[in-house]
Design a binder for this molecule. Structure first.
Ligand code: ADP
Ligand code: MG
Length: 683
């Protein structure tokens, strides 16, 4: 293994690489743009582009591309080589500042949700200097935003950057109220834990459903799957370790701070987690991680499945979205502080999150609504579709004290700190764990656990940033007015927080989120429980959502509506494709296998009869197979006529039910597709 300290960032045009290659003035100007959000000085672009190109060519790059994230949820690139004819039959390599700053890919086929008419179908890409350029596949990749002619956001990065800015502004207001020094811009942070499955390439190639839909549409659950809990954190198989070593090496080269790797709950399931980074960079790095996962798997004779539910009946894959806020003082604002004053700010942040999540639980739910994720949420393996917050006993106790009129004690070791700000010293490194909560406080960050493994993290974090910004805005507005009116700060903070807690405490739940009792309790509390995507997406089409995103300049009404349309369309299309593949496999693979099995068995029964045998058992087996096949034919007919997502789901399930029953009746050597055991255990 190579040395990580030597590899790390080797293929990134990092600040260090820039310092080596750019004038001091240009470095300063770029730093100002990256670190304080100052707008880019276009005059430095030529110098930066030239240095980037020289650096890239020295690393073997021949092409460059603007690398962006359209609303398909994946990444997009269109390569251009650096070559320009020199007029003497040769070429030179060039890359201008203009090419660095703006691109005009003919990207008219990306979904725009009606934001672009075909006559102005062009999209524009614009350099995002806060995420460094990197080299992959001998191509210099420049992270960019992707917008329409009038600046309409057509991608996931644009609203993410907007939401980071808005949250940063509100954090600064709160900092001023608490007299916290503002040394830098505040920014949200993200650590995205990524789950995935590996499958042997040969098995994958024999499954049309995996190839076309990313998940198995057929397959009966094997006798042994995950119930022994022997895979989770188990010793990693040699072939998989080799893959993981390659994966880390490649990620480190790309500057992705990959940290943790382990076996997950289901057989064939694994997880990779990075060290957290500034949100925008972490989202880009997660997109890169998904791509490197796929490519590295290929080199090792595997296929990496990122679908949320590759196999029915065993755990699916998610993405734990660890979110926090680094304040303008450079400190983590979701970490309890060193003194009562810092703790008061910390409790204000906790209350802001309660207010935000309770007010906009529907929007958070909508950000994780996809056809794939519908199979996971609420299936007792991932958090339910009911959004609630876990704070743990200690914090909940303090919250209750504040509601009653001021916290005087903290549960941990009877630690009491009376006085100045009426808040107790808070325990650090809160180790409470509740794996069933969708939105859990885990000591120094909130972990949103409902994001799908195949999703970009951008959408959920746009929502988290925006709703927290709104909560902070309202909190600061009240506090600023009170301060101006000469009221005592601690007093008015205490009253304000008590009010927020009273109003929003229904969002708190520390118990087991997987139980039926919680579903009932949540209903009593009026918390929404939205099970399917079309219902969940409606949260993007409300006055509340439109006002929220427009007020903070994150998404205009039109931009929001375009997303609503695109996500609905994607959902419908996904189900139509799944239905098509189900029909194809049922008719051309499953039915013929069932017929072959029956005719072989019938022949055997006849043979047995001819020598005087009765073949009672065989006749019963034939009858069972024949009855199940008839059911399958009926289900196929139903699916052929079905339209609309709900009917498609019902009919697909019926086809699967009969097919899975047949799998247990038809001889193994006749069954036309790899079974669950073969796919999950043979690697
Ligand atoms: P676990 O939550 O499973 O105990 P960790 O505490 O190591 O594991 O954190 C899981 C993820 O959360 C990691 O990616 C880690 O970098 C990230 N994380 C830790 N602190 C923060 C933070 N302040 N902001 C965002 N993510 C964080
Ligand atoms: Mg975790």
């Amino acid at each position: 293994m190579a040395n990580p300290t030597e590899l790390f960032g080797e293929n990134v045009f990092s600040m260090r690489a820039m310092r080596e290659r750019l004038s001091e003035k240009t470095v300063k100007s770029l730093e100002a743009t990256i670190e304080t959000g100052q707008s880019l000085d276009a005059r430095i672009a030529d110098e930066v582009a030239e240095a980037m190109k020289e650096w890239a060519i020295s690393k073997g790059a021949t092409h460059f591309t603007h690398w962006f994230q359209p609303l398909t949820g994946s990444t997009a690139e269109k390569h251009d080589s650096f070559i320009v004819p020199d007029g003497k039959g040769s070429v030179v390599c060039k890359f201008s500042g203009a090419e660095l700053i703006q691109g005009e890919p003919d990207a008219s086929s990306f979904p725009s949700g009606g934001l672009r008419a075909t006559f102005e179908a062009r999209g524009y890409t614009g350099w995002d200097p806060s995420s460094p350029a990197f080299i992959k596949d001998n191509t210099l990749c420049i992270p960019t935003v992707f917008c329409g002619y009038h600046g309409e956001a057509l991608d996931k990065k644009t609203p993410l950057l907007r939401s980071m800015k808005v949250l940063s502004e509100q954090a600064e207001r709160l900092a001023k109220l608490f007299k916290v020094p503002c040394k830098q811009i505040a920014f949200s942070t993200l650590g995205a834990e990524q789950e995935y499955f590996l499958i042997d390439e040969e098995m994958y190639n024999a499954r049309l459903d995996l190839q076309q839909t990313g998940r198995t549409l057929f397959g009966s659950k094997p006798a042994k799957h995950q119930q022994m809990e022997d895979h989770y954190f188990g010793a990693i198989k040699t072939r998989v370790v080799a893959f993981m070593e390659d994966l880390d090496t490649e990620l480190w080269r790309l500057g992705v701070p990959s940290k943790t790797r382990h076996n997950e709950v289901a057989p064939g399931q694994f997880e990779i987690a990075p060290i957290f980074e500034s949100l925008n960079l972490a989202v880009d790095h997660n997109m890169v991680t998904m791509e490197v996962l796929r490519k590295t798997a290929e080199r090792h004779g595997f296929v990496c499945l990122l679908h949320e539910k590759p196999y029915a009946g065993v755990n699916g894959s998610g993405k734990h979205n660890n979110w926090s806020l680094c304040g303008p003082d450079g400190k983590n604002w979701l970490s309890p502080g060193d003194n009562p004053h810092e703790n008061a700010k910390f409790m204000t942040m906790i209350c802001a999150l309660m207010k935000a999540v309770d007010t906009h639980a529907d929007i958070l739910r909508a950000t994780v609504a996809t056809a794939g994720n519908d199979h996971r949420l609420g299936a007792n393996e991932a958090p339910p579709a009911i959004i609630s917050i876990f704070l743990g006993d200690q914090l909940t106790d303090i919250i209750e004290q504040i509601e009653k009129g001021g916290a005087k004690s903290s549960k941990v070791g009877g630690h009491i700190n009376l006085g100045v700000d009426t808040l107790p010293a808070l325990p650090r490194g809160n180790t409470d764990r509740n794996r069933t909560s969708p939105f859990a406080f885990t000591g120094n960050k909130f972990e949103f656990r409902a994001v799908g493994s195949n999703q970009s993290c951008a959408g959920s974090n746009v929502a988290i940033n925006t709703i927290v910004a709104e909560a902070l805005d309202e909190i600061c507005t009240k506090l600023e007015a009170d301060v101006k009116a000469g009221k005592d700060f601690n007093d008015s903070l205490q009253k304000l927080l008590a009010g927020i807690i009273k109003k929003h405490k229904r969002i708190l739940f520390n118990g087991d989120n997987y139980t039926e009792a919680w579903a009932k309790e949540a209903e009593k509390r009026g918390l929404p429980n939205v099970k399917k995507t079309p219902e969940a997406l409606k949260a993007f089409n409300t006055e509340k959502a439109r006002n929220l995103f427009e007020k903070y300049g994150i998404l205009s009404k039109k931009e929001l509506h375009s997303r609503f349309d695109i996500y609905n369309e994607t959902y419908e299309k996904t189900l139509e494709i799944e239905a098509g593949v189900t029909l194809n496999m049922a008719k051309t693979m499953i039915v013929p296998a069932a017929m072959t099995a029956q005719s072989e068995l019938a022949a055997a029964i006849k043979n047995i009869g001819s020598v005087g045998g009765t073949a009672v058992g065989a006749k019963a087996a034939l009858k069972a197979m024949s009855a199940e096949t008839e059911k399958l034919f009926k289900a196929i007919a139903l699916l052929e006529k079905a339209s609309g997502s709900e009917k498609l789901i019902v009919a697909m399930n019926k086809v699967r039910e009969s097919s899975d029953a047949l799998e247990t009746l038809v001889p193994d050597d006749i069954w036309p597709i790899p079974t669950y055991v073969e796919m999950m255990f043979m690697m």
